[in-house]
Write a protein that binds this ligand. Structure first.
Ligand SMILES: Cc1cc2nc3c(=O)[nH]c(=O)nc-3n(C[C@H](O)[C@H](O)[C@H](O)COP(=O)(O)OP(=O)(O)OC[C@H]3O[C@@H](n4cnc5c(N)ncnc54)[C@H](O)[C@@H]3O)c2cc1C
Length: 400
């Protein structure tokens, strides 16, 4: 195949965009360094905004393993202060999804189009733009010796945090980093929790987000301000669990201790949040985390990546078909997506300070939140803020 568009990275942004371009008859080559999607852990919570992005692209979530929480709970200093039966809420609800299955489903759909090729196990080592504007990629494929060269008339860099495409094509990066350490792991789901739960436990400098994963395990995310527990890398997982269980409610603490030897996929993450200013250049565009790396706080990254793919498809597909100005179309992607990214990143940087700050002021703020969470006015205010994280800020619909 002589591709019209080459996409680097088969994460949510690259895989959905590749499906959309190929399904509209545009020959698309997708390059992915992993041979197996389950080897790259990216988090698994889809918000309604991401679920709607998949729906507008015609991708049915029923194709993949997923889990909708039946109860959402909030705890302060180990005590419950809010609990909601989620069947009373308007669907779609935040949903835990198996990301490897979702990505497999997207590339399967793309493969059915006859205009798509996925090269797994292919790492892009370097990218450059020739004087005529063609993009040259040097790649290395698992099992082959030496490097290959690919010539791309148009390149979309969807290669996530640490993007090679960004390194070559982005000059200006705005850092919004929140200094957080995040510990992720899965363990057996508590037998006593009959329904699937999503729980937020905060206080005493800690935030814990707990939920049932798509495969029925307990997914834990323990978030602390960087440095408050020393160098986490030098501690064993048993030590992390002991420390965590000091901050949760007693029932969860007991579960953590009892199952500390059955932990799977432990992962220590340095939270990063930033945004490239100038996503596009001559014949290139960055989307998803490559354009705006999202911290896991607020579970926004997958959703924003999927929404970027929809807007990119809206802009690039008609322009490629009609032979218009692709660089102008790519510039519109950033101007349509930028306001949402900026607002979400700003909002996501607030909760860690309020939730984990250790001053008396932060403790007072947390107690006030817990008190007003029970009032009608408090719930209305919370709903307004939450709608940014749940529904997004701008209207994103597939138009092609
Ligand atoms: C631990 C963790 C938990 C998270 N939890 C959530 C959550 O619950 N909800 C949420 O919405 N967001 C979450 N996020 C953020 C979210 O995962 C990202 O924002 C999202 O995956 C970005 O999608 P993307 O397609 O832009 O990039 P990615 O998902 O990062 O995909 C990029 C792809 O490019 C490939 N790649 C990279 N470099 C190269 C190269 N040189 N050559 C070829 N291929 C390459 C990678 O293998 C990868 O498959 C989490 C992130 C992490 C790290």
């Amino acid at each position: 195949m002589d591709p019209r568009i080459v996409i680097v990275g088969a994460g949510p942004a690259g895989a959905l965009l590749a499906y959309l371009t190929s399904s509209r008859g545009i020959d698309t080559l997708l390059l992915e360094r992993q041979s197996d999607f389950s080897r790259e852990f990216r988090g698994e919570v889809l918000m309604p905004s991401g679920i709607r992005a998949l729906a507008t692209a015609g991708v049915d979530l029923e194709r993949v393993a997923h889990c909708v929480p039946e109860r959402a709970e909030a705890y302060l200093n180990g005590r419950p202060f809010a609990s909601i039966d989620t069947s009373l809420l308007e669907p779609p609800l935040p949903t835990a999804v198996s990301q490897p299955e979702l990505l497999e489903a997207l590339v399967e759909l793309a493969e059915e189009t006859g205009h798509f090729e996925l090269r797994r196990g292919t790492t892009v080592r370097a990218v450059a733009r020739s004087s005529e504007g063609t993009i040259l990629l040097r790649t290395r494929r698992v099992g082959l010796s030496g490097e290959e060269e690919i010539r791309a008339p148009y390149l979309v860099g969807a290669d996530g945090r640490g993007s090679v495409c960004r390194k070559n094509f982005a000059a200006n990066i705005k850092n919004r980093s929140t200094p957080l350490d995040i510990v992720w792991f899965k363990m057996p789901y508590p037998v006593a929790w009959k329904e699937s739960r999503a729980r937020f436990e905060m206080g005493r400098g800690h935030l814990m987000i707990v939920g049932r994963s798509a495969e029925g395990l307990l997914q834990m995310a323990w978030i602390i301000l960087k440095g408050t527990y020393g160098d986490l890398k030098s501690r064993s997982i048993e030590e992390w669990v002991d420390e965590m269980s000091r901050y949760t409610d007693p029932e969860l603490a007991e579960h953590l201790r009892a199952h500390r030897h059955e932990i799977s996929r432990p992962f220590l993450l340095n939270a990063v949040a930033d945004r490239v200013i100038g996503w596009s250049g001559r014949n290139t565009l960055l989307i998803g985390d490559a354009a705006h790396t999202m911290s896991p706080v607020g579970a926004q990254g997958i959703n924003l990546a999927l929404r970027d793919a929809i807007v990119t498809a809206n802009e690039l597909i008609p322009t490629i078909r009609n032979g218009g100005d692709l660089d102008a179309a790519a510039a519109r992607v950033e101007s349509r997506r930028g306001p949402e990214i900026d607002l979400v990143q700003r909002m996501a940087s607030i909760p860690p300070h309020v939730v984990m700050g250790r001053t008396p002021f932060h403790e007072l703020a947390r107690r006030t939140i817990a008190r007003v969470a029970d009032t009608r006015l408090g719930q209305r205010r919370a709903a307004t803020v939450m709608s940014i994280f749940l529904d997004g800020v701008t209207r994103v619909e597939l138009e092609v």
